[in-house]
Write a protein that binds this ligand. Structure first.
Ligand code: IMP
Length: 430
């Protein structure tokens, strides 16, 4: 049996949508296990574009089970809106093909407001969040005052849970000089949408266990990337969940031994949205070029992404931390026109050469990348499907990347089209 986890190895936006779509075609079950509607996966299938935020990518395919695990935070209205949107494109969404964990925590309007108020007040210190309420919802989860999906099933219970969470939030709001949150309509509004969401609720751990015993293939679909992991990323400029592969187990309710192959998605250069350290960032024409050719604008917030060279040190670190078995390299074609291509292979910190990202923010902002430079190939790689048809300089570059990061490049993506992929190793069949 082979179950695969797909995660981003950089700061998200590595082009997971296309790879996950390709893999979800082979899987029986597709599970989201962390994050929320801060994620944005774009799928293009038979000319139709689907923009998914919370729903697993399997939803657009027939005969697949899509699961939202307990590790995901769910904004009920955003979920229902997304379901409506996807249904309007002819996709079927029923309790037969969508299952949501009963214990997933909810993002409520006061979480979103808290996220926004904090970002607005923070000025220079702001994280640059997606302002969706992700952080405050996870805080309430670990603070044990969160409201979970099944809390919607009982009015009395919901009332108690809301009162408890709001007593905490209102204290903070008062301290921030903001109005307290008016609870009057929230319970009513939640009870109104409850049946529409509760119909999907199930004990997900049990379902996974049943599917595993039937040897069904599971795809665990990560969101964001390892460098945004709350423990292992560029803290505090991170998201509030664990984005590493091991989170697939805790975020869905199975053991780590349920994951047989971990695929890391790596863009041939680096991008980041929001604030925070970015050692290989290019604030010059090359950075602009990467952004324009790579269409680097956020799917969720439409923000312009910061662009820079591939940071081999960071990708290698993500691989080690997450146990990545192989990487899917995306957007190789974006490098096609460049004279030279660089990869960061070490950092200079106060005159010392180091081969990993230092832990403190101060040092992360101070380090200078040390690059290895490669000659560009100056010819189109778009649509190439066989490694040996790539220009020699591109082959050399890829071999060096592979050697440096220490795992196999299992596939190379040469255009946004699903079929424009050089497949070297199939994660479901390796
Ligand atoms: P939050 O997840 O909204 O709290 O945002 C925290 C940080 O993670 C910000 O820098 C966001 O830009 C970043 N972030 C969150 N989700 C994504 C994503 O799906 N792709 C890329 N960056 C993300």
């Amino acid at each position: 049996m082979k179950n695969v986890a797909v995660i981003g190895s950089q700061w998200g936006d590595e082009g997971k949508g296309k790879i996950v779509d390709w893999l979800s075609n082979k899987a029986d079950i597709i599970i989201r296990f962390q994050g929320g509607h801060n994620a944005g996966h774009t799928l293009v299938i038979d000319g139709t574009t689907y923009k998914l935020r919370l729903l697993p990518s399997g939803i657009v395919r027939k005969n697949k089970i899509s699961i939202i695990g307990n590790g995901v935070v769910i904004d009920p209205w955003a979920l229902l809106e997304e379901i409506k949107e996807i249904k309007s494109k002819g996709v079927e969404v029923t309790p037969k093909n969508l299952i949501i964990s009963e214990t997933a925590n909810l993002i409520l309007p006061f979480h979103k407001e808290m996220d926004e108020m904090r970002e607005d007040l923070a000025k220079k210190e702001k994280i640059g969040t997606t302002r969706r309420g992700i952080g405050p919802a996870y805080e309430d989860k670990v603070g044990r005052r969160g409201i979970r999906l099944m809390d919607l099933a009982s009015e009395k219970n919901l009332e108690n849970r809301l009162a408890n969470a709001l007593s905490h939030h209102n204290l903070i709001r008062k301290g921030m000089g903001k109005q307290i949150f008016q609870n009057d309509n929230l319970k009513k509004d939640l009870l109104k949408v409850a049946p529409e969401i509760l119909k999907y609720a199930q004990p997900v751990w049990k379902i996974i266990d049943e599917y595993r015993s039937k040897e069904k293939k599971i795809l665990f679909e990560g969101a964001q990337g390892v460098l945004l992991d709350v423990d292992h990323g560029t803290y505090p400029y991170v998201t509030s969940s664990n984005t590493v592969a091991s989170s697939a187990a805790t975020g869905s309710g199975c053991g780590p031994n349920s994951i047989n192959y971990i695929l890391g998605i790596t863009k041939a250069y680096t991008t980041r949205v929001g604030e925070g350290p970015f050692p290989t960032e290019l604030k010059d024409q090359i950075g602009e070029h990467l952004g324009n050719i790579g269409k680097e604008f956020g799917t969720v917030t439409s923000r312009k992404r910061r662009c820079g060279w591939l940071d081999g040190v960071l990708v290698r670190q993500s691989i080690r931390i997450s146990g990545i078995n192989g990487i899917a390299l995306t957007k190789l074609d974006v490098l096609d026109e460049l004279d030279n291509i660089k990869m960061c292979i070490a950092y200079d910190l106060n005159g010392n050469k180091i081969d990993y990202l230092p832990s403190t923010l101060e040092d992360q902002l101070k380090i200078k990348p040390i690059y290895k430079t490669f000659e560009g190939w100056k010819t189109s790689t778009q649509g190439i499907k066989d490694f040996k048809n790539l220009p020699i300089n591109a082959q050399k570059y890829l071999k060096e990347v592979e050697k440096f990061i220490g795992v196999k490049i299992s596939s190379i993506s040469t255009s946004p089209e699903r079929n424009d992929t050089i497949l070297i190793e199939d994660p479901f069949n390796f």
